[in-house]
Design a protein around this ligand. Structure first.
Ligand code: SF4
Length: 183
């Protein structure tokens, strides 16, 4: 069933900039409906985008991992034509079975982004719209947040596990250090 899903993939690439300390296979999704003022990639807003099957996306990701990439990042998807919440979660789950996966969302709804990232078994989440005057993740003034998703565990006096909860660690500062280190 899920193999008939299709997505508006505009570009794929290898990136060292989106997930700290990772060589990531990036999948850039188009037909973005977010319409951020000062959008850094206006080409991603074009509605006329050819669609790529889930199977082809997974094969591309597996090839990249086999060639040496150690993570995957999906750029967009939370507010794009042709993509539903369910189809995005299906994509993230299948990619997460191949390698640790992150989601870059330009949405204003952080709680929804967190839910999608958790349902999609993601390890990283970038959330928040792009605001030209505040800048992207590399700007210390940015409104956007970058989280690493882990779990917290609670055990009782007998060392029995009684609770496991998701934990979103704010690692946005890692992008600022990277800029500070540039001479
Ligand atoms: S979410 Fe990204 S691609 Fe979409 S309008 Fe905003 S900056 Fe542009």
């Amino acid at each position: 069933m899920s193999r008939v899903l299709k997505y508006p993939v505009v570009n794929t690439d290898i990136t060292f900039n989106e997930l700290p300390d990772k060589m990531a296979y990036a999948i850039e999704l188009g037909a973005c409906k977010q319409h951020c003022v000062g959008c850094h990639s206006p080409e991603l807003q074009k509605e006329d985008v050819s669609l790529t099957s889930l199977l082809d996306i997974l094969e591309g990701a597996q090839d990249a991992i086999d060639a040496g990439a150690n993570s995957i990042v999906v750029m967009g998807g939370t507010n794009n034509k042709h993509i539903t919440e369910e189809s995005l979660i299906a994509l993230l789950q299948d990619l997460s079975d191949i390698a640790p996966t992150g989601l870059y969302s330009g949405s204003e709804d952080e709680e929804r982004d967190k839910m999608i990232a958790l349902e999609g078994h993601c390890v990283w989440l970038k959330t928040g719209p792009y605001v030209d005057t505040l800048g992207g993740l590399e700007s210390p003034r940015t409104n956007q947040r970058f989280y690493r998703i882990t779990s917290t565990y609670r055990i009782d006096a007998q060392d029995n596990l009684v609770d496991v909860r998701p934990c979103f660690l704010d690692e946005t500062h890692k992008f600022w250090k990277r800029v500070e280190n540039v001479t």
